[in-house]
Design a protein around this ligand. Structure first.
Ligand code: SAM
Ligand code: SF4
Length: 329
C-alpha cells in the first residue's frame, strides 16, 4: 500500500482566468461563498491537529488561483514554519506572482509550479478565456521574477490541447535547454467540461515525447519528483521535461495524495469522492480534532479501493461533477 503523506490544499475556488479546460462559462455563479470557505484559523487547525498527527508532511497550495486568497503569505509562513512540514509548494497561474514572489520565498515557499500553456500571447488569451486579453506578458514576467528570486525547482505546467497549443510542444520543451526550468506536459482531462474538447480528444504523452525525441533526442532523467510525472531530459539541457499521463496510464496504484477543498471537504481521489469528509461542518459543530484524526485514518485505510479505475468500471456513486478549479487541481 502506498504511503499517503501529501495533501493538496485548495485555498480558494475563485480564479482570475477562465481556462477553457478548467473553468466553464458561468462557473463564477457557483463560487463558494466567503463564509463557506475554511478560515485561516480552521485551515491551520486542520493541518496542525489533524493532518500532521496522522502522517501528512508535504503540502501543496492550489486553487482556483491560490494568490487570490487573502493573507496567502501569512498562511505560507505558518505552514512552512511547522517542524513537521517536509515540503511546501504552490501551483499558480502566475498572474499576481511577481510583486509577492520574494515575500512568498521569505515566508518559506521554495517550490512553485506556474501554468504556461503557450508562448504565443494570442493563443494564451484564447486558452485563458475572454477575461484574459494581454495577460501573457505579465505571467512571463512573473516566471522570470520567480526564477531570479530562487524558486527551485521552477516548474511550468502545460496542458496540451489538440488544435490549440500542440504546435508549440517543441518550443515549450526548448525552454529547458538553457534554463534550469522543468516543463511538464499534462494530458488534457475531460473533467467537468468534457463537451468543450470532446471532438478533439487529447494527446497521449507518448506522442508528445516522440515529437521532442525526433527533434533533439530524449533521455530518461534520474530526477524523480513527489508526484506522478515521468521525467526526461533533452541531452545536455539544464532543465527537465515531465509527462503527466493520467489519461493514458493509470497511476492510481502509486497515488500518495489526498485533496482538501477550499470549503473543507477532504477528498481521497481526484475523480472519486467516495468517503469524503466535511471538515468545515465538523469543526464548526465542535467535533474534536481527535475524532477527525480517526476519520482520516479510516479514509486512508479504504483509499486504495477509491480510484480512477473504479470510476471507469461505471461506479458513478460519488463521482465528481466538479471542475478542476473547484476540486483544487
Ligand atoms: N490556478 C492555478 C494554475 O492554473 O496553475 C492552480 C489551479 S489549476 C486547477 C492546477 C492545474 O490543473 C493547472 O496546471 C492546470 O493546467 C491543471 N488543469 C486544470 N484543468 C485541467 C484539465 N481539464 N486537464 C488537465 N489539467 C488541468
Ligand atoms: Fe484558473 Fe488555474 Fe483553472 Fe486556469 S487552470 S482557470 S488559472 S484555476
Amino acid at each position: 500500500m502506498n504511503h499517503v503523506d501529501y495533501l493538496r490544499i485548495s485555498l480558494i475556488d475563485r480564479c482570475n482566468f477562465r481556462c477553457q479546460y478548467c473553468m466553464p462559462e458561468g462557473a463564477e455563479l457557483d463560487y463558494i461563498l466567503k463564509q463557506q470557505l475554511l478560515t485561516d484559523k480552521e485551515l491551520l487547525t486542520l493541518i496542525k491537529e489533524v493532518f500532521i498527527p496522522v502522517g501528512f508532511t508535504r503540502f501543496r497550495l492550489t486553487g482556483g488561483e491560490p494568490l487570490l486568497r487573502p493573507h496567502v503569505v501569512h498562511l505560507v509562513e505558518e505552514i512552512a514554519s511547522l517542524p513537521q512540514t517536509q515540503d511546501l509548494s504552490m501551483t499558480t497561474n502566475g498572474f499576481l506572482l511577481a510583486p509577492i514572489a520574494q515575500s512568498l520565498y521569505d515566508a518559506g515557499l521554495r517550490r512553485i509550479n506556474i501554468s504556461l500553456d503557450s508562448l504565443e500571447p494570442d493563443t494564451f488569451d484564447q486558452i485563458i478565456g475572454n477575461h484574459g486579453r494581454g495577460r501573457w506578458q505579465q505571467v512571463w514576467d512573473s516566471i522570470q521574477v520567480a526564477y531570479n528570486v530562487g524558486f527551485d525547482p521552477l516548474k511550468l505546467n502545460v496542458v496540451v490541447i489538440p488544435g490549440v497549443n500542440d504546435h508549440e510542444i517543441t518550443n515549450l520543451a526548448a525552454l529547458t535547454i538553457d534554463k534550469q526550468w522543468h516543463v511538464r506536459f499534462i494530458e488534457f482531462m475531460p473533467i467537468g467540461n468534457a463537451h468543450l474538447f470532446s471532438d478533439r480528444g487529447w494527446i497521449p504523452s507518448q506522442e508528445i515525447r516522440q515529437l521532442i525525441r525526433e527533434r533533439w533526442g530524449l533521455t530518461e532523467s534520474q530526477v524523480r519528483g513527489n508526484g506522478p510525472a515521468d521525467v526526461f531530459k533533452i541531452p545536455g539541457a539544464k532543465g527537465t521535461l515531465g509527462f503527466i499521463s493520467q489519461m493514458s496510464e493509470c497511476f492510481c496504484d502509486r497515488c500518495n495524495r489526498m485533496r482538501l477543498s477550499a470549503d473543507g471537504w477532504l477528498r481521497p481521489c481526484l475523480l472519486n469522492e467516495t468517503g469524503q469528509i466535511d471538515f468545515k461542518t465538523a469543526l464548526r459543530c465542535g467535533v474534536s480534532t481527535a475524532s477527525l484524526q480517526e476519520q482520516v485514518r479510516r479514509l486512508l485505510a479504504i483509499k486504495p479501493e477509491i480510484n480512477f479505475k473504479q470510476r471507469d468500471k461505471g461506479n458513478t456513486e460519488g463521482v465528481y461533477t466538479r471542475t478542476m478549479s473547484q476540486i483544487g487541481g
